[in-house]
Ligand binder design. Structure first.
Ligand code: IVH
Length: 671
């Protein structure tokens, strides 16, 4: 295939592609590629047509920007065609534009330019007869547009009557109708809540709202109109663009923010940079800066090319939004076990950086955006920060979408993943065992309030983990002098000190040990409540959720984490290894001030039965469920059961709630 053949094929493909995207964009208001991508395709086509002008004809997208008007809206023939603007993307291209104009005009000195934000909405033409609004039209294909008079007339920013004592008989104002960011967010939130249509961006939302048969929609959705040109007047017009804008303003139109007038390319360059910096702060979206020759006389000398004036240019901002495909989502496990979804994308250039991954917050965000594998998605970089997925172009889905689900097991260690009701973060329950959490879990294990291994902080632990000497907590107790001395910068003295600290930590307490295990939601106080309630590690390990819920300080979420933790064989193995390494503790500290067994029956007013039970246990008593002759006393609340009768029969002492409170008080407990 010759080069020309190749280009011919590419040219045809580009024409088809561009026509398709123009239809999606203009007629359906539902684009599936970004403007920037459209511009790139368009530039490519233009380049080929420059090389082979003979291929170009009137139907080429380079000659007809826009698309046929929608048939269901009335049509309006533009008396003055609505043109488009040529684009530049760099300082060099802009300088070439300036150079071209000066050459054409035979001017050495700088030209006066008006720099205006390029508003990202849709072009509208407004006709006024004797000062009254008579017609509003979209651009359509530039020659024929759609009649949107009723929608535009309903907008507060469109004067129904020009503010002029003697308005021209006939005048045509051009400008942009757009949806401010805040209104766009509101609209999509509403659509999400009520199941309406979600728009890809404010511009499509504006287009969709203006082109409604119900004229009140545009105003309800907060659309605004900004004037940027006077296309026609039956009276003479001021001879500069800036003066024409000022006239529009006097007639009652609003103008875009940050319009600046100055001389030469350098002025425009500085203005472009300033506007780019301001971009994010503006209440509406802009996608570049339009530079116009100020003097109407010079504009006339420069004239037009097929579809655009020679005297103006759109200097586009670098793309901060591009579309790409979501190829896969994998789940990263953080140091605390939190699972974060990471999107793998078809690599794209976003503002000069190739991006192939983007992190998503959590499964909720995936569901909110209705993301599915294979979707075309919009990527953006707000300011200079990390890329994010803004939304999915659901309209472009071809096949049945593949849902993205939260894994049930940790992708790193295969422990179950838990996401307690009401929590957004899902976590791996692997804790001490999970390699992703190893570092953090071990740091917690050795920390002062846990196993208190002084000196084995961040630095040495990190080295030992990196060298593979420590994988699990029990490995700490296998460290010997040689393995420590092998570490960079480890001296003999320090090694001995560390070994001593490790040895000393073997003697611990049950609350400390439980806390050191790093079971989610089990902090120091819960650990100590568990220790006093269950008295032994074995009893705690065997407790089911119901039994755990009876312990003070334990709610359903904590109960769930505890059960999941001990249900995993690898956690039991680590615990066994720790015990085998000599970790031990005295039976939990109970004040042996009460002895014998107690039975509680009926409802207590001042505390729950579980609390009463915990108090008794702490004082050294046993609490049992049935009354026998050996029972020390039965504590009787409201509506006691048969246990009270039994106690009476067996002659076991009976304590009322008051008696019980006094008993506690005598032993130094004030509930
Ligand atoms: S002047 C003959 N000024 O950009 C010149 N256009 O790509 C006509 N636009 O169709 C346009 N802000 O919808 C002009 N300050 C501005 C603009 C602006 C946005 C849009 C307009 C036009 C498109 C051209």
């Amino acid at each position: 295939m010759s080069e020309a053949d190749g280009l011919w094929q590419r040219w045809q493909a580009l024409r088809r592609e561009l026509a398709h995207h123009a239809y999606l964009y203009h007629t359906l208001d539902a684009p599936i590629i970004t403007d920037h991508e459209y511009d790139l395709l368009w530039q490519e086509l233009l380049e080929i047509e420059r090389q082979y002008p003979q291929w170009q004809d009137a139907s080429s997208p380079t000659q007809t920007r826009g698309a046929a008007p929608r048939a269901d809206l009335g049509q309006v023939e533009h008396q003055i065609p609505m043109l488009s603007l040529d684009n530049v993307f760099s300082v060099e291209e802009f300088r070439a534009f300036d150079q071209r104009l000066r050459e054409r005009l035979g001017r050495d000195q700088a030209l006066t330019y008006v720099c205006e934000p390029k508003l990202d909405g849709l072009a509208i033409s407004l006709r006024y007869r004797n000062g009254h609004l008579v017609r509003a039209a979209t651009r359509g294909d530039g020659l024929i547009g759609e009649d949107v008079t009723a929608s535009l007339a309903a907008l507060p920013s469109v004067p129904k009557n020009l503010l002029a004592d003697e308005p021209p008989e006939e005048v045509e104002i051009r400008g942009e109708v757009l949806m401010p960011r805040a209104a766009f967010v509101r609209l999509n939130e509403q659509a999400e809540a009520q199941g309406g249509r979600i728009f890809a961006n404010p511009r499509n939302a504006a287009a969709g709202s203006v082109r409604q048969l119900d004229a009140s929609v545009a105003a309800e959705r907060g659309l605004e109109f900004f004037a940027y040109a006077l296309a026609y007047s039956s009276d003479p017009l001021p001879p500069q663009q800036q003066a024409q804008l000022a006239l529009c303003q006097r007639w009652g139109f609003q103008l875009a923010a940050s319009i600046a007038v100055g001389q030469g390319a350098e002025f425009c360059e500085a203005q472009h940079a300033a506007l780019l910096a301001e971009r994010e702060r503006l209440p509406y979206e802009i996608d570049g800066m339009v530079v116009k020759v100020d003097a109407v006389a010079e504009q006339s000398l420069l004239g037009f090319v097929a579809r655009a004036p020679r005297w103006a240019i759109a200097w586009k901002f670098p793309a901060i939004e591009v579309s790409t495909q979501l190829l896969a989502v994998d789940w990263q496990v953080g140091r605390t076990g939190a699972l974060t979804p990471v999107a793998h994308l078809r690599p794209v250039n976003v503002g000069g950086v190739i991006i192939s991954r983007a992190s998503l917050h959590n499964i909720d965000e995936i569901q909110r955006m209705d993301l599915h594998l294979g979707d075309e998605v919009i990527l953006y970089r707000a300011g200079d920060v990390i890329p994010k997925i803004a939304r999915s172009l659901t309209a472009s889905r071809r096949d049945a979408p593949i849902a993205i689900t939260l894994p049930t097991h940790c992708p790193v260690c295969a422990s179950p993943v838990l996401r307690p009701p009401g929590e957004v973060v899902a976590r791996c329950s692997g804790g001490l065992y999970c390699p992703a959490q190893r570092h953090e879990a071990l740091l917690h294990f050795v920390s002062r309030r846990a196993m208190a291994i002084d000196g084995l902080g961040e630095k040495w632990l990190a080295m030992l983990i990196r060298q593979g000497r420590i994988e699990h907590a029990a490995d700490i107790y296998r460290l010997d002098r040689d393995s420590l001395l092998a570490l960079d910068r480890m001296g003999e003295k320090l090694a001995d000190k560390l070994l001593q600290a490790i040895a000393a930590s073997r003697q611990t307490t049950l609350p400390r040990f439980l806390y050191a295990l790093g079971i989610r939601t089990v902090g120091e106080s819960t650990a100590s409540a568990l220790a006093t309630h269950f008295l032994s590690l074995e009893a705690l390990m065997d407790a089911d959720e119901a039994a755990l819920l009876r312990a003070p300080d334990v709610g359903p979420i904590t109960a769930r984490w505890i059960v999941t933790f001990f249900a995993q064989p690898h956690h039991r193995e680590i615990i066994e290894a720790l015990l085998a390494a000599g970790v031990h503790w005295p039976p939990p500290q109970v004040q042996q001030s009460l002895s014998g067994s107690y039975v509680i029956t009926g409802t207590l007013v001042s505390m729950s039965r579980d609390q009463a039970r915990a108090h008794l246990l702490r004082l050294g008593a046993r609490v049992t469920g049935s009354v026998s002759a050996k029972t020390g006393a039965v504590i009787v609340g409201h509506e006691p059961g048969s246990k009270k009768d039994q106690a009476e029969r067996l002659g076991v002492p009976i304590l009322s709630e008051d008696d019980f409170l006094q008993l506690l008080q005598r032993h130094g407990v004030t509930p």
